[in-house]
Design a protein around this ligand. Structure first.
Ligand code: SF4
Length: 399
């Protein structure tokens, strides 16, 4: 379908909240003019958020990378160290993790993202111990972490079912899954970039299980590693089908592959235009997922601003620490004031949100903006201490 009138009719239906098929979404992806996609996606966003459509949200969180030791060796990953690589591999102890949680609370953070490799010794017990310790000392922190890949791995290490693993880490303190490890769910691109990860079907099965046990999640898509447009749409379709049954995905978060320091040869990053088309298509395709998140850590601040006009309602997190995409070359960083300014210059009112997307503070008047000096100076000191980390405030998808 390349007839522009036919494309416009599909766009109109999606903008009004009607469902479009995967085939229609692919036609739009391939043939609809970018500005028409953006207009329809923005209309759909405004419809969904009528009354608060002037607001764009962000969250303050800390990404705690607990280990980089990993047996899964994904080809796109610049973060991991093989278990035998004692020079590159490291693991943080519990005291270090708790200190980082304390700093997060001190800096106004509300969420912890526990993110690391598939360590050969870390079973369910490791996560139970750590989540329980974090919740004991910092009950106000939301643990929005991990995903189906970690569940599959820890269950295997501990010799239990995925269901038991989810029940136990939830009981210990995990609040929601960040949807890590989705990458690309269709078989061909998944095998090409993460051959040792569980299948896309298994990833979805575990997320569906989690939703059924009361553990909601976000969902993600890694784009730009050589997948086709049809495979991107197929990824979205697989998530939408599960969402029809569970309603447990709070958000969809596409982000772009970073091409440095990894084993994928000859791949180039997805362009900003591809990224914006993807954000817009996601808003139009996911009539059953509330939030579409712009991820400017990997695509840049201007693209992040533009995403708010292409269907995104959220700009993710001001992240107090992040090592994974930074290792692969993501260089965009910011602090809270800058993010509030970015949102305002994109013609939106910034609001700090909770993990579950309620507005905590709506920054209506710039004169009332929180003073950030303490945050920035504190973060700078961590950067000096950390050496390889880039723990400045920044926005990233809530994987
Ligand atoms: S993406 Fe995650 S699972 Fe894959 S190699 Fe990197 S740390 Fe390991």
């Amino acid at each position: 379908m390349t007839d522009q009138a036919a494309l416009q009719s599909v766009l109109d239906r999606a903008a009004e909240g009607g469902r479009i098929s995967a085939e229609e979404a692919l036609d739009l992806y391939r043939h609809a003019p970018l500005h028409a996609l953006g207009t329809a996606a923005d209309t759909a966003r405004r419809r969904r958020y009528a009354g608060t459509e002037h607001i764009a949200t962000y969250i303050i969180e800390r990404n705690i990378n607990y280990t980089n030791i990993c047996v899964t060796a994904c080809k796109f990953c610049a973060f991991y160290a093989a278990p035998k690589d004692t020079k590159k591999g490291w693991t943080r102890d519990l005291d270090d993790i708790l200190r980082r949680c304390a700093e997060t609370v001190e800096l106004g953070g509300t969420q912890i993202m526990f993110q690391g490799g598939h360590h050969p010794d870390f079973g369910v017990e490791y996560y139970e111990e750590h989540f329980a310790a974090i919740k004991k000392e910092f009950p106000e922190l939301v643990i929005h972490s991990l995903g189906a890949s970690e569940v599959e791995h820890m269950a295997r290490i501990s010799g239990v079912s995925a269901e038991e693993a989810i029940r136990r880490i939830h009981a210990a303190g995990l609040d929601s899954f960040a949807g890590a490890g989705a990458e690309l769910l269709p078989e061909r691109p998944r095998k090409a970039i993460a051959p040792l990860k569980e299948s896309g079907e298994r990833w979805l099965e575990i997320m569906e299980l989690a939703h059924g046990l009361g553990v909601e999640s976000t969902s993600t898509m890694l784009m730009g590693t050589g997948e086709t447009n049809a495979e991107r749409i197929e990824h979205m379709r697989m998530i939408r089908d599960v969402q029809d049954r569970t309603g447990g995905f709070r958000a969809f978060i596409p982000y772009t592959y970073q091409p440095e320091n990894n084993h994928l040869k000859g791949r180039t990053q997805a362009t900003i235009f591809e990224y914006l088309r993807t954000i817009a298509i996601a808003r139009l395709f996911f009539d059953n997922v509330a939030h579409i998140q712009g991820s400017w850590l990997t695509v840049g601040k201007e693209a992040g601003q533009l995403s708010l006009h292409y269907g995104a309602d959220d700009l993710g997190s001001i992240m107090l620490e992040e090592n994974v995409v930074s290792s692969a070359g993501a260089k965009h960083r910011s602090n809270r004031q800058e993010i509030m300014d970015l949102i305002r210059k994109a013609d939106r009112v910034p609001a700090q949100r909770a993990t579950t997307y309620e507005h905590l503070v709506v920054h209506t008047d710039p004169a009332d903006d929180p003073v950030d000096e303490r945050v920035v100076s504190h973060i700078s000191s961590i950067a000096i201490e950390g050496g390889t980390a880039h723990p400045e405030l920044k926005l990233l998808d809530a994987r």
